[in-house]
Design a protein around this ligand. Structure first.
Ligand code: NI
Length: 180
């Protein structure tokens, strides 16, 4: 197992439509293990393969952070070639962040509940009915394999403000890197 480097917004891999997975082998399962490890290490609740620089349709989600009291892994899932096949008409707004866009957060409106279909890492069909945070995390990660970021789902005005803040954060990171 290995913790992978998480790529940041600006890397073109995050904007590509990722490739379907066609081979369900040990290599795929090793990638999934690394993705879980990387996600937990970064204290995230979801991760998509493009975020580790791999343009494949693979996502992992665990809406319950491991350090939380009683944090079981009952909702921990890895979905290969995930597709939202149904979404509730009812939506709700909640703040979202992204491990590839550290420092930015914004309210995003999404369906409350979704049905997601795909495969598990062994190639078996999986169907997941998810709502609230679990459903939101699945939608956010499935967006990633389509090259979509949460910034694309906020108003143009808010996006401009967020991008301005992002440029400032990037400049700060570049300055820090030079000092080292
Ligand atoms: Ni994200």
């Amino acid at each position: 197992m290995a913790i992978r480097e998480i790529v940041l917004m600006g890397d073109p891999v995050l904007r590509r439509e990722a490739d379907e997975v066609t081979v369900f082998d040990d290599e795929l399962r090793a990638v999934v293990r690394d993705m879980f490890e990387t996600m937990y290490h970064a204290d995230g609740i979801g991760l998509a393969a493009p975020q580790i620089g791999l343009s494949k349709r693979i996502i992992v989600v665990d809406p319950r952070r491991p350090e939380e009291e009683g944090g079981g892994e009952s909702e921990r899932v890895a979905v290969i070639n995930p597709v939202v096949t149904e979404a509730s008409r009812e939506t709700y707004k909640q703040s979202e962040g992204c491990l590839s866009i550290p420092g930015l957060e914004e309210i995003v409106e999404r369906p409350v509940a979704v049905r997601v279909e795909g495969k598990d890492p062994d190639g078996n069909v999986v169907v997941i009915e998810a709502e609230d945070l679990f459903g939101r995390a699945l939608q956010h990660e499935i967006d990633h394999v389509d090259g979509i970021l949460f910034l694309d789902r906020v108003s143009a005005l808010k996006r401009r403000m967020l991008l301005k803040k992002w440029r400032k954060l990037e400049a700060e990171r570049a300055a820090e890197a030079q000092e080292v």
